[in-house]
Design a binder for this molecule. Structure first.
Ligand SMILES: *Cc1c(COP(=O)(O)O)cnc(C)c1O
Length: 240
């Protein structure tokens, strides 16, 4: 399995290259590179390889399955404040991840937010959450539809133990860059609109948008948190 992944030197080199792209994209958009958070998405990647990224200076990691996170957690060189949960989350798995992550980016229903609230309170901590938006309105994808975002935001703002800190999206895969750009612009507009609503239990600060294929573009269109997997760790091997 290790053969499918990069060596320590490869990871260091990729981190440098990705950081350069992040920096150039930020500057091209007239923004400060320090504003942009770079997340390493670690699904299917063995903990030892993920730790190379930590050693190369990556401080934010994203996991998308509760079970995989639980299995790898002990072997990680970093712990809770550096890990976000980014995948579909069933309410019965919330408990498993509550002490292991500092933010759940994939909240798309009041039901899920209520469970997070309950479990966070029981653990004596507050949990940051992002609301995931299904910006392309795709039936196959999670996320709240753009037209339902405001209502979900109002409802989650009332819950104790959760703080709404951002929006996240996985736009449709598009053939043309201009289509992707349109989704990014729509997301940025939603982000700015909701930011101005000043909901009282959070501080809308993050727009989590952009993956390996388009993180530079996403930054130029307002993202301040990009989630990069393949470009850093190579193609995923789902056999394991
Ligand atoms: C896998 C995944 C990514 C990273 O995708 P790459 O194309 O490999 O960079 C980002 N966000 C989420 C939610 C993911 O599941």
């Amino acid at each position: 399995m290790m053969e499918n992944h990069w060596s320590r030197e490869d990871i260091e080199r990729r981190v440098c290259e990705i950081r350069q792209t992040v920096e150039q994209s930020a500057l091209a958009a007239g923004r400060r590179p320090e504003e942009i958070h770079l997340m390493a998405v670690t699904k299917t990647v063995p903990a030892a390889v993920v730790n190379y990224a930590w050693e190369a200076g990556i401080t934010l990691f994203g996991e998308n399955r509760a079970q995989e996170l639980t299995e790898k957690y002990e072997d990680y060189a970093f712990k809770a404040p550096n890990i976000h949960f980014i995948g579909t989350l069933q309410t019965n798995k919330v408990r498993q991840i509550i002490g292991k992550v500092s933010c759940i980016e994939s909240v798309d229903s009041l039901h899920l937010a209520q469970e997070i609230s309950k479990r966070a309170l029981a653990a004596g901590q507050a949990m940051d959450i992002f609301l995931e938006v299904n910006i392309g309105g795709e039936a196959s994808k999670g996320g709240v539809l753009p037209g339902e975002l405001e209502r979900l935001l109002e409802q989650t703002a009332l819950l104790p133990g959760v703080r709404v800190r951002g929006l996240m999206c996985i736009p449709p895969v598009c053939e043309k860059e201009e289509e992707t750009r349109r989704y990014f612009d729509q997301m940025y507009k939603l982000f700015v609109d909701t930011k101005h609503k000043k909901i009282d239990n959070g501080n809308m600060e993050y727009l989590s948008m952009g993956m390996s294929a388009d993180y530079g573009l996403a930054i130029r269109h307002g993202s301040n948190l990009v989630r990069v997997g393949t470009a850093l760790f190579g193609k995923r091997n789902y056999q394991n």
